[in-house]
Design a protein around this ligand. Structure first.
Ligand SMILES: Nc1ncnc2c1ncn2[C@@H]1O[C@H](COP(=O)(O)OP(=O)(O)OP(=O)(O)O)[C@@H](O)[C@H]1O
Ligand SMILES: [Mg+2]
Length: 280
């Protein structure tokens, strides 16, 4: 699956586009990686107050992988995720997403990718207050200019998929933390993005709600979505297929827990019958 169907992705098909594709080089894997970061540095500020949040990071991620990023506070995890999610640009180095040099994109193209190809989930949910779950989930589709009837139907399906079927008319303050995070996940998946990025999605949740989120991520990844998740919790990272550890702006460990092809390590709550489940 490619990030096709967008004017941005189509640029990769232009004549000559492959010549500068870093994944076409001799040391690339036979599968074209979804993400390729080469020599990526991020420096906040300048001079004496400059903070080197990322230092010459080289990193590849395959389509369909489920990555957990771990590391101590201030190590550069969110900075890395913001670059991967096209929310921020590196100070030095290059980032190629699905064969496209992200550094060459203008603001319109970047926002197009963020809206259509990437679903973002945060520790603090970031739902709009005093606005129903249904409306919150519909919002990315309004930005995508979908007709009203289709928006309603897709929002309903996304809310259903995260197990919040009867909560669409509630506002966030009427939901538990776990329910709010599930609403935020519904909002992230309503555009059917190929990539889901989650920055400490279970950081504010109790054990039961954490399990719910992991079960949803399990299903999304088993259905082919690529997931990148920051976490401080080893129990949460255990459900990813791959774990990288970031320290002082560098990747210091890279562990493969399950093959990219096939389902991720299943949460206990998922029965073997569900391993083949196709996401709606
Ligand atoms: N906008 C910014 N301006 C200046 N410094 C920043 C900015 N954002 C992050 N930093 C600094 O960059 C470094 C990496 O920050 P980052 O947010 O990526 O860490 P993190 O690993 O996500 O930490 P945490 O686990 O606490 O969320 C830190 O030293 C941080 O203070
Ligand atoms: Mg962070």
């Amino acid at each position: 699956m490619a990030l096709g169907g967008s004017p941005v992705a189509d640029r990769a098909l232009e004549p000559g586009a492959d010549e500068s594709d870093p994944s076409a080089g001799p040391d690339s894997s036979p599968e074209r990686p979804l993400m390729v970061l080469t020599g990526v540095s991020k420096i906040y500020g300048a001079g004496e107050i400059a903070v080197h949040a990322l230092r010459e990071v080289d990193f590849k991620l395959e389509l369909g992988d489920y990555l957990a990023i771990i590391g101590s506070s201030g190590s550069g995890k969110s900075t890395l995720m913001n670059i991967i999610g096209c929310l921020d640009q590196p100070t030095h180095g290059s980032y190629w997403l699905d064969g496209i040099d992200v550094g060459s994109l203008d603001d319109y193209e970047l926002s197009y990718i963020r809206n259509r190809q990437i679903g973002l989930i945060f520790q603090s949910f970031n739902l709009i207050p005093r606005t129903t779950v249904a409306r919150n989930v519909e919002l990315p589709l309004i930005y995508a200019r979908l007709p009203k009837a289709e928006r309603r139907e897709r929002a309903r399906a996304a809310i259903e998929a995260v197990g919040l079927g009867n909560r669409g008319s509630h506002v966030p303050s009427e939901l538990s933390g776990g329910q709010q995070q599930r609403a935020a996940i519904a909002r992230a998946i309503v555009t059917e993005p190929a990539i889901i990025l989650a920055d400490e999605p279970t950081g504010n949740l109790d054990t039961a709600s954490t399990r719910d989120v992991l079960e949803i991520f399990f299903r999304l990844n088993a259905a082919g979505r690529t997931i990148v998740m920051i976490t401080h919790e080893p129990d949460v990272a255990a459900h990813a297929k791959r774990v990288i550890q970031v320290a002082d702006g560098q990747i210091v460990a890279d562990m493969r827990q399950a093959p990219v092809a096939g389902p991720p390590p299943a949460p206990e709550s998922v029965s073997p019958d569900h391993l083949q489940v196709a996401h709606t």
